[in-house]
Design a protein around this ligand. Structure first.
Ligand code: NI
Length: 250
């Protein structure tokens, strides 16, 4: 199984990363997309990927981390000089940082263009900004390859992103009892567009809700989606592995 969105590079794993990786292997989680989101974590993703072959590093500028237009020169330089499997995470986030809205849009669009230019998939973050995210992406319809990461919108909106050629990434919230809409999305989107993620250390699934999340817990996301779709765990695992391998070329 593949965790297509992990931040095992976070400080909270510094004392037991080896144990976390062992728990992945014990649960047959054999590949992890290790997601950077600004300068320090982009470097960290490279560093850890050289040390552990389970990791596939990305590089990006998260909307909460935008500084100025030079972010794009930095990132282009970085992806030319390092092996990355995706651009991102990138996108729009108006939840905490509305005041940088205009700069966020510029830095997001720049990363979309880079993903097309370098033929790398995009990992897209969108929080309280779903319409703007869609409108910017739509300009590049026909050229896009990527995933709506930690998707939390409606099924109808998911269908619009699917029509742009994007995948939908689902995480821990799909396992929560009261998560009606994520469950509806999990049940109804085409299986060949679904990806499993953890977004660890955040978004912890049941039965560990409230605790630190880690990549091995992606098995709970798989289990829940299998249940919702009336399929076997193995069928969801195989389908989502195929999707992840094809999108990220891993
Ligand atoms: Ni993330």
């Amino acid at each position: 199984m593949i965790d297509t969105h992990s931040h095992l590079l976070d400080e909270v794993f510094k004392d037991d990363l080896d144990d976390c990786i062992k728990r992945c292997k014990d649960n047959n989680v054999n590949k992890i997309v290790l997601v950077g989101f600004e300068r320090i974590t982009n470097n960290k993703a490279q560093e850890l990927s050289k040390k552990y072959d389970i990791f596939y590093p990305t590089a990006g500028i998260h909307p909460e981390e935008v500084k100025d237009i030079s972010d794009l020169d930095y990132l282009e330089d970085f992806i030319k000089n390092n092996k990355v499997y995706a651009i991102g995470e990138c996108g729009l986030d108006y939840h905490w940082t509305k005041e940088t809205k205009e700069l966020q849009k510029i830095i997001f669009e720049g990363q979309i263009k880079m993903s097309i230019k370098y033929n790398l998939p995009l990992i897209i973050h969108s929080r309280d900004a779903i319409e703007d995210t869609y409108n910017i992406l739509e300009k590049y319809k026909g050229q896009l390859r990527g995933v709506m990461h930690c998707y939390s919108g409606s099924l109808e909106m998911a269908q619009r992103f699917l029509s742009l050629g994007l995948y939908i990434g689902l995480d821990g919230p799909v396992t929560f009892k009261n998560a009606k809409e994520p469950k509806r999305v999990a049940e109804n989107i085409p299986l060949d567009r679904l990806l499993l993620e953890t977004d660890c250390p955040w978004m912890t699934p049941s039965p560990y809700r409230g605790k630190r999340n880690e990549s091995s817990y992606v098995v709970y996301v798989c289990e829940e989606i299998a249940k919702l779709r009336n399929m076997t765990y193995r069928e969801i695992e195989e389908a989502t592995d195929r999707n992840a391998s094809s999108l990220f070329n891993i």
